[in-house]
Design a protein around this ligand. Structure first.
Ligand code: CP
Length: 330
């Protein structure tokens, strides 16, 4: 029987089967082909979506907006200052109202429970655009990018270097386990994923043939690695006072030329972005002035080098988010 996820929310990839994830990747590849060929695909014409952002965004917001418009839908963007949610109106009431007006809701914010409650009370598909725990739409873009590079995903080793318990790293562990890949969490022992999530992913891995590895040794993380992945060292919502501690903990896991040289020769570099790879941002310059570091989680030579695929990955946010909206709303 074919895959059908119409009417479903997209809150975490733990809720999705390997076949459903592969279906979304295939659909995204088709949307990418249509867009490149200039073929109109307003297949959801007449529908309306709302995007709720309690945190800032470039890629996720733009991917949802462009994706929705390409599919022929109307889009409303709400930031924390422009809705009553949580201040004058409860989450449940807001969800019920939005569900009466919109066909789908995107949410980016803090607790995973908020996106789950939106889905529970709205009665329409809700898409997680990032919470403190998970970033599932990012994963589809990442996997599409890896698949474009290597073809088959099964057996490929993807190593996340850094804070291995942040929302991106958590989600990478989930998606790699679902797709039969070798996931390596490489970072300090104190920044490893939660036991409950590791146990869940290991149970999935038993079914799919995936491997889940944890190490605090960067050389071990880089060994046989096909995809070197990193993210900024302080997640959205964490206080700036943590920079000194994080730099001290994570500098050994910086993705630089020496680390890439220990990976497979044809390995690629991925980053969900934004990135502190130079001094061209306010924070990047402040960190340089305070700690003397010209780059943090990835050095400029790797970021600008031949193995870097982060801008393909960023473009793929749009194609994959379009696939999620289409498959759940069609
Ligand atoms: N990777 C990502 O989610 O980017 P934004 O924060 O810009 O949406």
């Amino acid at each position: 029987m074919g895959v059908n996820i119409r009417g479903r929310s997209f809150l975490t990839l733990l809720d999705y089967s390997p076949a459903e994830i592969r279906y979304l990747l295939d659909l995204a590849a088709e949307f990418k082909r249509l867009k490149a060929a200039g073929v109109e695909h307003k297949w959801l014409s007449g529908k309306q979506v709302v995007l709720l952002f309690e945190k800032t965004s470039t890629r996720t917001r733009c991917a949802f907006e462009v994706g929705a418009r390409d599919l022929g839908m109307g889009v409303t963007f709400l930031d924390p200052g422009s809705s009553q949610m949580g201040k004058k109106e409860s989450l449940a009431d807001t969800a019920k109202v939005l569900g009466r007006m919109y066909d789908g809701i995107e949410y980016r914010g803090f607790k995973q429970s908020v996106v789950e409650d939106l889905a529970k009370y709205s009665g329409v598909p809700v898409w997680n655009g990032l919470t403190d725990d998970f970033h599932p739409t990012q994963m589809l873009a990442d996997m599409l990018t890896v698949r474009e590079e290597f073809g088959e995903l099964r057996g490929r080793k993807l190593t996340f270097f850094g804070d291995a318990r942040n929302n991106v790293a958590n989600s990478l562990m989930v998606v790699c386990s679902k797709l039969g890949m070798h996931y390596c969490a490489c970072g300090p022992k104190d920044l490893m994923p939660a036991d409950w999530l590791v146990e869940k992913c290991r149970a999935v891995a038993e079914e799919t043939g995936a491997v889940i590895e944890m190490t605090d040794d960067p050389a071990q993380g880089a060994k046989d690695c096909d995809v070197a992945y990193t993210d900024i060292w302080l997640s959205m919502g964490e206080p700036a006072e943590l920079w000194a501690k994080r730099i001290e903990m994570l500098l050994p896991y910086q993705v630089n030329r020496e680390l890439m040289a220990m990976a497979k020769p044809n390995a690629i570099f991925l980053h969900c972005l934004p990135s502190f790879h130079d001094r061209e941002t306010t924070i990047g310059e402040e960190i340089y002035q305070k700690f003397g570091l010209p780059a943090m989680e990835v050095t400029d030579d790797v970021f600008l080098g031949k193995q870097a695929r982060q801008f393909d990955e960023a473009e793929n946010r749009m194609h994959t988010i379009k696939a999620v909206m289409y498959a759940t709303l069609k």
